[in-house]
Design a protein around this ligand. Structure first.
Ligand SMILES: Nc1ncnc2c1ncn2[C@@H]1O[C@H](COP(=O)(O)OP(=O)(O)OP(=O)(O)O)[C@@H](O)[C@H]1O
Ligand SMILES: [Mg+2]
Length: 307
């Protein structure tokens, strides 16, 4: 039975019970009396949350975002739809200010979309969860805590006992090469070390998906290459799904299974480039450089400077 048939069929549409309220709100939606956000809520009420394909971990469906501040609207994201499969590393690259952080925050559940839906597995994303870990563009570390206490944060919030979380923090500090700095304070670290603390903090909760917002953007070229190699090593073991934001075409081609090239704001998908090679990759081959040239051409179309 379609939604319309169901509404017509049932005389209790205006009753004040739960079902009645739902039907009344659907009726309003059908008449165009309510906004698009209600559409998502209504779909949820119909349990239309299945995304069909079982190996899809994150499904971004018709996501849009318009910020409203002091009555002024800024349309950051026009519309994006993309699927990310389990164990895939998908990069998003696009002009500065086009809406990359906005998109990641919506996938993290930290920001509600204006339109569209994000599915995590088969469930609609309605807020943050332990299944997604975030590495923030500006580190977002707590300066009054030591390195180790910063890394432990997620486990502390989850109520994991002290001894267990301490052992886990040591393990992840070793993975990112910071075991000697466990008791240092954040202001004693370089930019690269701070970002590694941020990465360990996201990894420690062992999320299915790691959302990384230009995680290596503040690093010098050598440390950046080292961190890329470390990330590949970590993924060999953990097989996590990664959504990665970068301004670097070289980094995107080196790391990704799929590079999503975004347009300028209000952003949408310009092109999706599949990278069919296993990792680690050789940056010096003609094929690697040809792939970079292809992506740069899409970006130049958007008049952006890339490194
Ligand atoms: N909280 C907010 N309120 C109003 N406008 C915002 C807010 N956050 C972001 N914006 C605007 O939305 C647009 C997209 O911002 P966003 O930070 O997502 O871009 P970005 O692609 O991550 O940029 P960058 O590459 O510089 O990190 C920008 O025009 C920005 O000014
Ligand atoms: Mg950003």
């Amino acid at each position: 039975m379609s939604v319309i048939e169901w509404l017509k069929d049932d005389p209790s549409a205006n009753k004040k019970d739960r079902e009645g309220k739902k039907r009344a709100s659907i009726s309003k939606w059908l008449k165009g009396e309510v906004g698009i956000n209600t559409e998502a809520a209504i779909k949820r009420s119909f349990h239309e949350t299945s995304i069909g394909e079982s190996d899809v971990q994150i499904s971004i469906r018709n996501i849009g975002k318009t910020y409203v501040k002091n009555g002024v609207e800024t349309k950051a994201i026009d519309e994006i739809s993309i699927d990310v499969r389990k164990g895939e590393l998908v990069s998003f690259i696009g002009p500065s200010g086009c809406g990359k952080t906005t998109l990641l925050n919506m996938i993290a559940g930290l920001l509600p979309p204006t339109s569209g839906v994000v599915y995590v597995g088969s469930k609609e994303c309605t807020g943050p969860g332990r299944d997604r870990g975030m590495v923030f563009q500006d580190f977002a570390l707590l300066p009054w805590r030591t390195v180790k206490n910063n890394v432990e944060l997620g486990l502390e919030i989850a109520g994991v006992p002290k001894a267990e979380r301490s052992a886990k923090a040591d393990e992840y500090l070793r993975i990112v090469g910071l075991e000697k700095f466990a008791n240092s304070h954040i202001n004693e670290l370089s930019g690269g070390m701070k970002q590694r603390v941020g990465i360990a903090r996201a990894l420690i909760v062992e999320p299915d998906v790691i959302l990384m917002d230009e995680p290596f953007g503040a690093l010098d070229a050598q440390t950046r290459n080292l961190m890329q190699t470390q990330l590949i090593d970590i993924l060999k073991t953990t097989k996590q799904t990664i959504i990665f934001i970068t301004h670097s075409v070289d980094e995107a081609v080196y790391l990704s299974d799929k590079v999503v090239v975004l347009t300028k704001r209000p952003t949408t998908v310009n092109e999706v480039v599949e990278i069919p090679w296993s990792r680690p990759r050789d940056r010096t081959t003609p094929e690697f450089n040809e792939m970079k040239r292809e992506i740069v051409a899409y970006l130049e179309h958007e008049n952006v400077l890339v490194d």
